[in-house]
Write a protein that binds this ligand. Structure first.
Ligand SMILES: C[S@@+](CC[C@H](N)C(=O)[O-])C[C@H]1O[C@@H](n2cnc3c(N)ncnc32)[C@H](O)[C@@H]1O
Length: 242
């Protein structure tokens, strides 16, 4: 066996190489990953609410997210449970509008230990007259077995400034700092972190910044290309919030 094949073999997770984002449907992709082989899942699936900001021009770049008008994510939860290691954790972002449905689906598989409230320090616009501003998002912390927290026992409200909209390359892009904090709290260096709905690649950038391996799937070619550009910068220049 030559050294290239040797390196490739060392970077395999079943039939998939890790430290790669795949431009494909995550359910097909996850079927190639063996049972009990992923150390942490952090994901922000399409919310099932046909998300599109009313205050952003309807450009090609920020078109309606793929699969945001259906419940495909519920099917993906079955695969996520299968491939997650025992005593590991799966963190799923959800919108307050349908968070209850995600909670109920996830609870059929996992033991839900917490929800983390990401306090964004500022909300979107919305109905200024009748509704309070939504200045938070919810992440559901699901355990397969019992996943230990790393470092100190934090509270469940995490204050991290949201992205400056001018710097966003994806309509629901998460701050890298937030995802790094989740990765560090629920995994160890060298672990494999999976994001089946990786969008602009934030989870992969955060994994690189925290010395973890990653696997990502993104079905939309535009966002897939954005994720590759962001990864190039992260892998080339070391720790940075891009
Ligand atoms: C809420 S966004 C994730 C944004 C991400 N957290 C970020 O920081 O950029 C969900 C993404 O899932 C993608 N997606 C939808 N269905 C998919 C599927 N079946 N397989 C893989 N990706 C999918 C969408 O194109 C979208 O970019």
């Amino acid at each position: 066996m030559n050294w290239i094949m040797q390196i490739q073999l060392e970077r395999m997770c079943g039939k998939l190489e890790f430290d790669i984002i795949y431009n494909q449907d995550c359910i097909d992709g996850m079927k190639l990953i063996p049972d009990n082989s992923i150390d942490l899942i952090v994901t922000d699936p399409p919310y099932g609410i046909k998300y599109q900001s009313k205050f952003r021009p309807k450009t090609e770049k920020f078109a309606v997210l793929k699969n945001d008008d259906n419940d495909l994510r519920f099917v993906s939860y079955l695969e996520m449970f299968r491939i997650l290691k025992q005593n590991a954790c799966c963190i799923v972002f959800a919108s307050w509008k349908n968070f209850a449905y995600d909670y109920m689906e996830l609870e059929k598989l996992f033991s839900i230990k917490n929800t983390i409230i990401w306090f964004k320090k500022g909300g979107g616009m919305g109905d200024l007259k009748h509704s309070l501003s939504t200045d938070y998002e919810i992440a559901i912390v699901c355990h397969k077995g019992k996943c230990p927290i790393r470092g100190k026992r934090d509270g469940s409200v995490w204050e991290v400034a949201r992205m400056n909209p001018n710097n966003m390359q994806h309509p629901t892009q998460k701050p890298t700092e937030l995802i790094e904090r989740l990765i560090e709290k629920f995994s160890d260096e060298g672990d494999i972190v999976l994001d089946p709905f990786i969008g602009s690649g934030t989870t992969a950038v955060a994994a690189v910044n925290t010395n973890r391996h990653y696997i990502g799937f993104e079905v939309d070619e535009t966002y897939f290309n954005v994720s590759l550009q962001r990864l190039d910068k992260a892998e080339g220049k070391g720790r940075m919030n891009i």
